[in-house]
Design a binder for this molecule. Structure first.
Ligand code: ATP
Ligand code: MG
Length: 417
């Protein structure tokens, strides 16, 4: 992509109405724009990052047997009344709206109920199970607090997967697979080292649910972490008997502030019973389907990466989620420079390498400042000076190393990053 065609502008100053680091940096780099409190627009650069995160999640969900679909956002109250979750006393963050004829509708904040209902038409016998479905979809929640930038939005992207099994054993097996898939997602998006499986409250069906918590000062949760055992306990279940049960000693735990990036739950037959989702087992009996739900905040993950990889000058994107692989910058507009830069841009593009080419007529200070804000992992500079050495200046942002690379080596290197 030619940077001269990118309509978004970077900003040197922090936006006045933001307190969260992720929002400040993402707005300054031209990744997102604020629409209203808790509601953000994804600009082209931001959408590229979000799509990469989504694609990694998609691949990992597909690997464990997930089938992607997309449920409706507008929700029929009847489906939620069946489980008791339509009431504002039970669920305090519903957005509700009305048809012209005054019929009430809701905007989906999660999707257990409508999916359990949908599955009635598709699951009849034990032969139809297991089924694992997921979606990557916009959720709406009327959150009281919206000060954490895209970490807590009123409109946000979530991946939600739901498992349907014949029994508890099937659920348990899949649940463990989901944990592994989540681990792979966090590793691939570059926050694996800071993200820990965390025991949280489980509700009625299982003793615990599990969260994935990324250690970060911007988080809203407190967890107690054992770095040796690579597990943590959410403060909501931090009690002597829980420690004993998990074989943890208070002394080995450190108290940390963290961001809940994912949450997995064993639901049992709660929603299946409420909606009437049953199947006929091998013995010919009609029994309820056993469910699980597996949430992952896609926009929250985006914000978490920005928090963890952000500096005073911009965001150092991990390779796998960076908006582009290479930021090619030409300095000055001497013809030798522009011609060579264009050639390199075309050669790299021909190899399907994602390049943002700063072909603008602008000063070095502005170009470097923008490159820092956008944070593409590899910055290649071509100038009269580098061409005098028959090379480009190659800055690897991740390792903080700059070197001269011979012109005829650039393509080969770029293919292998
Ligand atoms: P929280 O405790 O942060 O309010 P939750 O426990 O209500 O979240 P879930 O219903 O389990 O969240 O949703 C699954 C995932 O969606 C969460 O783990 C989180 O990553 C993400 N998420 C939840 N609420 C928001 C929000 N308002 N904005 C962005 N992401 C969110
Ligand atoms: Mg939670």
């Amino acid at each position: 992509m030619l940077q001269s065609q990118l309509f978004t502008k970077t900003r040197r100053e922090d936006p006045k109405d933001e307190v969260a680091k992720n929002a400040k940096l993402l707005i300054r780099g031209g990744f997102i724009a604020k629409s209203l409190a808790g509601v953000y627009v994804l600009l082209p650069l931001g959408l590229r990052v979000l799509d990469k995160i989504s694609q990694i999640i998609r691949e990992e969900m597909n690997k464990i047997g997930g089938q992607e679909l997309r449920l409706a956002t507008l929700q029929d109250p009847a489906v939620w009344q069946a489980s008791g979750r339509w009431s504002d006393e039970v669920v305090d963050n519903w957005f509700k709206t009305k048809l012209k004829n005054d019929t009430e509708l809701g905007l989906g904040f999660t999707h257990e109920e409508p999916l359990a209902k949908l599955m009635i038409d598709h699951i009849q016998s034990y032969r139809d199970l297991p089924v694992y479905v997921y979606q990557i979809q916009t959720k709406f929640r009327n959150e009281v607090r919206a000060k954490s930038g895209i970490l807590r939005g009123r409109e946000f992207l979530m991946k939600d997967l739901y498992s349907f099994n014949v029994d508890q054993a099937g659920l348990d097996t899949f649940y463990e697979k989901a944990k592994v898939a989540y681990r792979r997602v966090f590793d691939r998006v570059g926050i694996g080292a800071q993200t820990f499986l965390t025991f949280a409250s489980g509700g009625t069906f299982s003793k615990y649910s599990h969260e994935f918590q990324a250690i970060c000062s911007a988080g809203e949760d407190i967890i107690y972490l054992s770095r040796d055992k690579e597990i943590a306990i959410n403060d909501e279940v931090y009690r002597p008997e829980v420690l004993a049960e998990l074989g943890l000693d208070e002394k080995e735990l450190s108290k940390e502030t963290a961001i809940e990036v994912g949450n997995i739950f064993k639901l049992g037959t709660k929603y299946a019973e409420a909606l009437g989702l049953t199947y006929v087992n091998e013995a010919g009996e009609r029994v309820s389907v056993v469910m699980g739900s597996y949430g992952l905040g896609v926009t929250r993950l985006f914000g978490t990466i920005a928090e963890l990889c952000g500096t005073d000058t911009g965001i150092n994107w991990p390779d796998n989620v960076a908006p582009f692989a290479i930021h090619l910058i030409m300095l000055g507009n001497d013809e030798v420079v522009t011609t060579k830069a264009k050639t390199i841009y075309e050669e790299l593009s021909a190899k399907n390498i994602e390049v943002l080419f700063d072909d603008r007529v602008a000063g070095a200070g502005e170009k470097f400042g923008d490159a820092d804000l956008i944070g593409i992992p590899h910055r290649l500079v071509i100038s009269v000076k580098t061409l005098a050495n028959n090379s480009v200046e190659w800055f690897n942002r991740g390792v903080g190393k700059t070197e001269l690379v011979a012109l005829d080596e650039v393509l080969n290197r770029a293919v292998n990053i």
